[in-house]
Design a protein around this ligand. Structure first.
Ligand code: PMV
Length: 330
């Protein structure tokens, strides 16, 4: 691993997008390293962005973190500072840094803000500390901050393999963003911060009697999903995406304690999406660790689905996104 020379420390700014998983990551076999129980497949989301600047500064006695203009001291600060410790260890540096980060979308509402946050931080920090990491190593590094962040490093449609070690667990692009004109209509039902964050939620997966079954089912689903993406087969993508989202939420609900992220409105919308598909509209739905619904559609059907979704009572907003590149320096 290349060590950085102290003289090479310099400010760096990176941009990353969140991603939506078709086959989900839920549960770790190693919580500290965030080595997942299964592989997962996702798509990066255009228009939604985290921009993060890292400025190493020899005068600092500790790291500093500002999120959305607000200086942080609690759990968010600790998580970022622990992450920077890993970067410093790789770079053989003891210099603290000022980190400034902002999202253009609401955090903590099932739009996986930690994915774009740690992907942008991994890229900005690795450059700021003069580490020249190949994409796979950068993806592994981002994973240490948030598992799904590993998938926000490569471009477009992305697969993350679980791996047995830190270096083996990384994501790569299976198709570029322009490969398939999909849209993700992100139906916002609630903008508040979720009660149980995913880092704590992952630890409960083992307590569900349905978890072993899901771990056994996911490798087959990954094959179906990868093929569906490569062949732009929407019906196959829809079925496997909905099956895996339902299975993950069944694991969540049957954990001890039970995790219930979906509301009555979430379930109503999921039922409506299925009936729209039965009527010939190329749409399907998936839900992360929050109440909001990600409605995936082929671009040709996106506008119709969008106007229908906007008419549903209780829908606060619908964000429109499409496949995007991965993390990049700006
Ligand atoms: O990366 P985390 O710890 O925020 O976990 C993400 C978990 C889900 O969003 C529910 C699923 C996924 O694969 O993105």
């Amino acid at each position: 691993m290349a060590k950085s020379h102290p003289a090479n420390l310099k400010p760096a700014t990176a941009l990353a997008h969140p991603n939506i998983a078709f086959i989900k990551y839920w549960g770790n076999r190693d919580d500290a390293l965030r080595l997942p129980l299964t592989g997962s497949i996702s798509m990066n989301l255009s228009g939604l962005e985290t921009i993060t600047t890292v400025v190493p500064d020899r005068r600092l006695k500790a790291d500093r973190l500002t999120l959305g203009g607000v200086s942080q001291t609690g759990a968010a600060f600790e998580r970022v500072s622990r992450f920077l410790d890993q970067v410093r260890r790789l770079a053989n540096s003891v210099v603290f840094a000022r980190v400034t980060s902002a999202n253009n979308f609401p955090a903590g509402a099932g739009i996986a803000s930690s994915a774009s946050a740690f992907a942008a931080l991994a890229l900005a920090a690795s450059k700021a500390y003069a580490l020249d990491l190949p994409e796979a190593s950068l993806s592994s590094l981002a994973r240490l901050g948030s598992g799904s962040a590993s998938r926000s490093i490569p471009d477009g449609f992305v697969e993350w393999k679980p791996g047995e070690t830190h270096a083996e667990s990384y994501a790569w692009s299976i198709a570029p963003p322009e490969h398939w004109e999909l849209v993700d209509l992100i139906v916002i039902l609630d903008q508040t911060h979720k009660i149980t964050g995913s880092s704590d939620g992952h630890k409960l997966a083992h307590t569900s009697p349905l978890n072993a079954e899901r771990i056994a089912a996911v490798p087959g689903r990954l094959d179906v999903c990868r093929q569906a993406i490569l062949q732009c087969d929407f019906q196959a993508l829809a079925e496997v995406t909905e099956a895996d989202s339902e299975h993950m939420h069944a694991v969540m609900r049957t954990s001890t304690p039970s995790l219930i992220y979906q509301t009555k409105l979430t379930l109503d919308i999921l039922a409506q999406i299925k009936s729209w598909r039965d009527q010939g509209c190329a749409v399907c739905a998936t839900v992360d660790a929050g109440p909001n619904v990600h409605v995936i559609a082929e671009k040709k059907d996106g506008q119709k689905a969008l106007s229908r979704l906007r008419q549903i009572e209780g829908v606060l907003d619908v964000l429109v996104s499409a496949p995007s590149p991965g993390a990049r320096l700006i």
